[in-house]
Design a binder for this molecule. Structure first.
Ligand SMILES: [Zn+2]
Ligand SMILES: [Zn+2]
Length: 365
């Protein structure tokens, strides 16, 4: 226990990652220490490395969605049902903590994802505060962090195959208000888009069409139940809207979910939605620029509902995880993990993620 532990540190935007040694952590009262089993590498980590997110207290230890084994607790750790979580248990946890419950956002707006006190593992926590990111051999769980034991029959690989895309995709689908028998378009075939596809299907969508790339990700989309897929790189914007209309009697889809990260996808996606349809933007996690839409054609005359979707709450993590366990035979989540890396290879993991040569990459300390 007292041996130093190793962690990957991102010293600042554009600077190479370093593996540093930290003193072995002991849990604070009400907290716990996990032995890391797997941590995700996602698009957010690429953005962090490019310095595209505001308010990041570099140096940081990346890795916001993780699975670990409980090593030690200080006091009894309990799940959302009040059951004790014993050492040895395989768990994940909600990466957001510190939400105050007493500010205007928490109390009045009931928008705790916008609470200024909110801290996020691997993103808004400094390496100087401890092992608060998953690219490390151990993770310190602060008191109050919501811990979720992985359900029976859901291995770490399956949970991590979706990673933060699971709860994010579920949240986007919840916002889209899918009705039984809907036709849904998903723009983007990364983990968020693929999870939106799955949760739209589970919500009763008759069919889901996925537009994205590269080919391996579209193949994954078909494996997860997409009725049809279209490769972005091989088509023009007007062809893509026509492709959707061809499959919807010329009307457009009941709902579309933007999970691509490309601002141009919005104007394009609004052309794919039927009159009275819904459009959810979840892919614009960083400011990638402006785009022109036509208020008359896209919104007013179309009688469209436009919705944003920022982050997720514990409820989305909880429900996404239980649904993944229940439907594991139908959706082969672990097959989305296309590569695993050790701590010393984290730099390569980031490069591969940026090049989209992997669907989901994991760090295995
Ligand atoms: Zn607050
Ligand atoms: Zn992520």
């Amino acid at each position: 226990m007292s041996e130093p532990v190793r962690a990957v540190v991102m010293p600042g935007p554009g600077r190479p990652l370093e593996v540093r040694r930290f003193p072995a952590p002991r849990p604070e009262p009400g907290g716990a220490v996990l032995e890391t089993v797997a941590s995700e590498v996602c698009g957010t980590d690429v953005h962090l490395h490019h310095g595209r997110l505001a308010g990041v207290p570099y140096p940081i230890i990346p890795g916001h969605v993780n699975v670990g084994r409980v090593l030690e607790t200080n006091g009894t750790l309990r799940d959302a049902e009040g059951r004790a979580i014993e050492p040895g248990r395989l768990v994940t946890f909600y990466d957001v903590y510190g939400t105050c419950g007493s500010c205007w956002h928490c109390l009045v707006a009931k928008a705790s994802t916008r609470c200024p006190q909110r801290r996020v593992y691997g993103i808004t926590t400094s390496a100087e505060q401890g092992l608060l990111g998953g690219w490390a051999e151990r993770i310190e769980l602060k008191p109050g962090v919501r811990v979720l034991p992985l359900p029976e029959g859901l291995p770490a690989e399956d949970f991590m195959g979706a990673g933060c895309g699971g709860p994010t995709g579920l949240h986007a689908v919840e916002r889209a208000g899918i009705a039984l028998g809907d036709t849904v378009v998903v723009q983007g075939s990364g983990p968020v888009g693929l999870c939106a596809l799955v949760f739209a299907s589970l919500s009763g969508a008759l069919r889901v069409l996925v537009i994205g790339g590269p080919a391996a990700r579209l193949e994954a989309a078909r494996r997860l139940g997409a009725e049809d897929t279209l490769e972005v790189a091989a088509t023009r914007p007007e062809d893509r809207a026509a492709w959707v209309r061809d499959r919807t009697g010329g009307r457009g889809a009941d709902a579309a979910i933007e999970a691509s990260g490309n601002p141009a996808a919005m104007a394009e996606g609004l052309e794919m939605v039927r009159d009275g349809g819904r459009y959810v933007v979840v892919g614009q996690y960083t400011d990638a620029g402006d785009v022109t839409i036509n208020p008359h054609r896209h919104v007013n005359r179309r009688h469209a509902t436009l919705l944003g979707c920022w982050g997720y709450e514990y409820t989305h993590l909880h429900r996404a995880t239980l649904l993944m366990a229940r439907h594991r035979d139908r959706f082969p989540w672990s097959r989305l993990v296309t590569r695993e890396y050790r701590l010393e290879d984290a730099g390569r993991a980031l490069a591969d993620m940026e090049a989209l040569s992997v669907v989901k990459a994991l760090i295995r300390p």
